[in-house]
Design a protein around this ligand. Sequence first.
Ligand SMILES: Nc1ncnc2c1ncn2[C@@H]1O[C@H](COP(=O)(O)OP(=O)(O)OP(=O)(O)O)[C@@H](O)[C@H]1O
Ligand SMILES: [Zn+2]
Length: 672
Amino acid sequence: MAPLSLSKSRNTHTRAILGPKLHDRLPSVKVLMVGAGGIGCELLKNVVLAGFGHITLLDLDTIDLSNLNRQFLFRKKDVKQSKALVAARTASAFNPNVHITPIHGNIKDTQFDLAWFRGFDIVLNALDNLDARRHVNRMCMAGNIPLVESGTAGYLGQVQPLLKDRTECFDCIPKPTPKTFPVCTIRSTPTQPIHCIVWAKSYLVPQLFGEDEDSTDELDEAEKQGENAQEIANLRKEAQAFKSVRTALRSQNTSSCAVKMVFQKVFHRDVLNLLSMDDMWRFRDKPVPLDFDLIQSDQFILRGQAASAVDNPADGTSHHANGGRDVDVHPSGSTSSRNGNNTAATVNDTTVRPSSHGLKDQRSLSLRENLVLFVSSTERLAERLMTGKEEIISFDKDDDDTLDFVTAAANLRSAAYGIPGKSRWEVKEMAGNIIPAIATTNAIISGLIVLQALHLLRAAYDSMRNVHAQFKPSAPLSAIRLSLPDPRCGVCRDTYAMLQCDPSRMTLAEVLEGILDGSGREVSTYEDKRMLSDPDFEDNLDRTLESLSVTKGKFLSIVDEDGELEAITLAICSLPPNHPLDGPAMILPDPLPKPNQRAKPVISRPLTPPETALGAQKRPAPDDLDGTQPAKRARIASTSNHSPGTSRRLEEDGLVLLDGDGPMDEDVVVID
Ligand SMILES: Nc1ncnc2c1ncn2[C@@H]1O[C@H](COP(=O)(O)OP(=O)(O)OP(=O)(O)O)[C@@H](O)[C@H]1O
Ligand SMILES: [Zn+2]
């Protein structure tokens, strides 16, 4: 028998499985893949080998050493290069007929507007965060583009095909409330290692290395409004104290003492201040203020132990320092001290630790070693600010300097409060909210993504399933029929249209006039959760879209005040390239969007499993269905989520830090 030609053998099986019709179609299908990480690398390989011809691969990140164990399109030589570019280069070689366009960018960037999304036949998500997933979901709902959503967490995984009007969308189901901690626990009364880690990562790192948030105006305003004068005076003192250490960290002259200043403030003076509040410690163990010089000279006695002997490993055992000289206590490997000299704060570490005590990242550090690590990491971070390389630094589990800093600061705080410390490895897991990734789960999920994508392309809607990989040896996969859209969903129930316009020349009123065709309906307008106008608030109507930050890539929602009709959401796009310069500043969608009657709320909905890798998704209990109209719900959400009065920071990974002035149970630090 004559051997099959390579291209014949390459396609024979796929063709037999997919059937000639679908197989012939794949070379012309335009796929957008978002994410080239753990799932993304596996998925790209599958998509290329399945015979898809045009793949656009987008990822914002560069390759990290820690990716190599499972992101097999990358090699050590590729570290620090763009994931999208390297993955595309590697996978192109798997199939000569494939055309991969890599983009090193953020999918939320406004250049990737609805017009751009509409250039694709299908979108495959291989992302790792809710924010980006929500964004892609909205774009796909707006453009009626089939989307396959996916996620893995350890042994768990999920694949979910989504199509507007046929299936629920990613936002139809409320996502789990993240884990919360009261702010006072984090700021004043920690009792667990995680409290100290969150404090170091979400409070201390931003205070020292993040943006300079001038709170003077806020405090002046609070004072005017007659808030507690003593409290305001304390907050001013606190702000001033942080200001001076921030300045010191950024200044050449004082930088040598800066690290010690930081230490004295947060581990000594702040603890003394707290101790002065007697009431706080009536039923709690008191913290102990740490002493830099005494720890350095190993004369500090903490709860009966010397600094070099105090270590607080998670297992509760204590390792006493003796024996041979060691060891690098900079887990990142850096031992540099600024200007090559020992600064006032530098500890000449001759700590003696048995080097056999586990891998260096997994060792528990003594109090003294934590001090050394605190000094060196603070110096490294300060140096990055001083050399102007970065203006601000935020925590990143893969950034050795910030991880060292958080490890050391958290452990020093733990020591002060008598809480067990954590190794750098454990801190990385806890601060980075890491569930170890399992390559096999990624591989299984990536295969399932392609299967669901093929169902979508074939319009075989009855075959589509939500598939879950679960930790159940008897039933490792479960496949569930898809649910219908939630009629109350504020994303997929909107009527979408594309508005091509020049936002610098169009006012909000002109857009409303054009879209509502002079119907005079009473409406409110929103950009995301920001309310721009309502019937009682018309100040913005004569402002241009640009001045209201409603520009290319953003959505403008027009919500019916009566709640009778679904909302109209306009995706703002540029005018076409050939549009005459003196032409109209807006091209209205044709036909104009005609929103449907709003559906009455339903009580029972099809089953979706309770726990997913995209988040333990819970449907509202029937009692929660209060029948509130989405329009009104959106309004409530918009005001409660971003009330300007609340001092709130939202961090990338979903962590919310509320510096609350509200009641205690509203003051929470939230971990996603
Ligand atoms: N907004 C976004 N735009 C483009 N790519 C994104 C966006 N958000 C996340 N990603 C990418 O999605 C991918 C998710 O992959 P994965 O979960 O394996 O993350 P990772 O960073 O490679 O791994 P780990 O978090 O475990 O270190 C990452 O490569 C990440 O850069
Ligand atoms: Zn929805």
